[in-house]
Design a protein around this ligand. Structure first.
Ligand SMILES: Nc1nc2c(c(=O)[nH]1)N[C@H]1C(S)=C(S)[C@@H](COP(=O)(O)O)O[C@H]1N2
Ligand SMILES: [Mo]
Length: 338
């Protein structure tokens, strides 16, 4: 029976790549992230600073998780470059790994949604790889290709800028990338939505132009370029739940990758905006947690949150849908206090 045989082959491939991944030993990163004291407020119901891999959101078009063998994996770097070349997994890791703290966000994240997560990634700057290929002066985009046909269009400058930590990542929270998060190699680019930057199961970096090439989502109603819109979320109490009157810990997260969060403000019903306490930021690319103690009185109450980024911009109340380039608006939750 073809179906049964196919399923068995797929199972076999899966278990063998799983075994290869489990046996893989990566060298420790040369530079590690210093997580400052106070970076995690440790409040019950609040997202931890680093999202465990098995709780990290997953978004991709793959019907089955691609099984990519790192021992035969190659990265092709080509297109509008002087020196096209190929790299093996050992070549890549041999360039030296550093650790990066970066919050990833999906363009499909609704205001208050959970398609956002933070990890400590080990990787190599994309700029070091592109520098070797010597992109032509007229190139302005890198089309990153996945083994499964997915592509993402990333501005060349976002990958080559010295101040931006765009990386090819091989590890997530201290272990090789999980299979469903792109094993063995993916891109991670701070400040750009995943669909224009975070290619999993990466196989090729094609240096090109926005005029000449387009990525998977571009003809499907999403912008070719999409910086992350900064936002904030209420984690606890959960929307729609009832809480006991008295001191209640309101808490959540806020992110403004590349810029940083200046403050988070909370409003109860139609009251004044109150400044929340923030966790100590790890860097501008990593979300912060916020918390505000609230003396809750019986009845129903609306709690609204907004962030102010380090450039002084206030999170807009204007609602935008996820297409074509990300949602906006403020999360407002209804809580019943008994
Ligand atoms: N190969 C491949 N890579 C992909 C995608 C995909 O569909 N296929 N989706 C992208 C999108 S839309 C997002 S938000 C991130 C999500 O990464 P995660 O699943 O590790 O959280 O992966 C990006 N990389
Ligand atoms: Mo996404």
């Amino acid at each position: 029976m073809a179906v049964g045989a196919g399923a068995r082959v797929a199972e076999g491939a899966r278990s063998s790549i799983t075994a290869i991944r489990r046996a893989l030993r990566l060298p420790a990163p040369e530079a590690t992230v210093t997580v400052p004291e106070g970076a995690d407020l440790g409040i019950r119901g609040l997202s931890p600073l680093y999202t465990p891999n098995d709780e990290f959101y997953r978004v991709d078009t793959a019907l089955t998780v691609p099984q990519v063998d790192p021992t035969t994996w190659r990265l092709v770097v080509d297109g509008r470059v002087d020196e096209p070349f190929e790299l093996s997994f050992d070549d890549l890791v041999g360039m030296g790994l550093d650790e990066y703290s970066i919050t990833l966000t999906c363009v499909s994240n609704e205001v208050g949604g959970d398609l956002v997560g933070t990890a400590l990634w080990w990787g190599v700057p994309v700029r070091e790889i592109l520098r070797r290929a010597r992109p032509h002066g007229d190139a302005d985009m890198v089309l990153s290709h996945s083994i499964d046909g997915f592509t993402a269009s990333t501005p060349l400058a976002a990958l080559t800028d010295d101040g931006l930590d765009a990386i090819l990542a091989v590890a997530m929270n201290g272990e090789p990338l999980p299979l469903d998060h792109g094993f063995p190699v993916r891109m991670v680019v701070p400040g750009l939505y995943g669909y224009v930057s975070a290619t999993k199961w990466l196989t090729r970096l094609q240096v090109t132009t926005f005029a000449e090439d387009e990525a998977y989502w571009t003809p499907r109603g999403y912008s070719a370029q999409a910086p992350i819109k900064f936002s904030s979320r209420i984690d606890t109490p959960r929307p729609g739940t009832s809480v006991e009157a008295g001191r209640v810990a309101l808490a959540g997260v806020a992110w403004a990758q590349g810029v940083g969060i200046d403050r988070v403000e909370v409003r109860i019903d139609e009251g004044e905006w109150q400044a929340a306490t923030l966790s100590v930021p790890v860097n501008a690319d990593t979300w912060v947690q916020w918390a505000l103690p609230w003396d809750a009185t019986p009845g129903t109450h609306f709690v609204t949150v907004r962030a102010v980024n380090a450039a002084g911009e206030v999170q807009t109340a204007d609602r935008a849908p996820i297409a074509p380039d990300g949602s906006t608006g403020r999360q407002r939750v209804l809580l019943t206090v008994v």
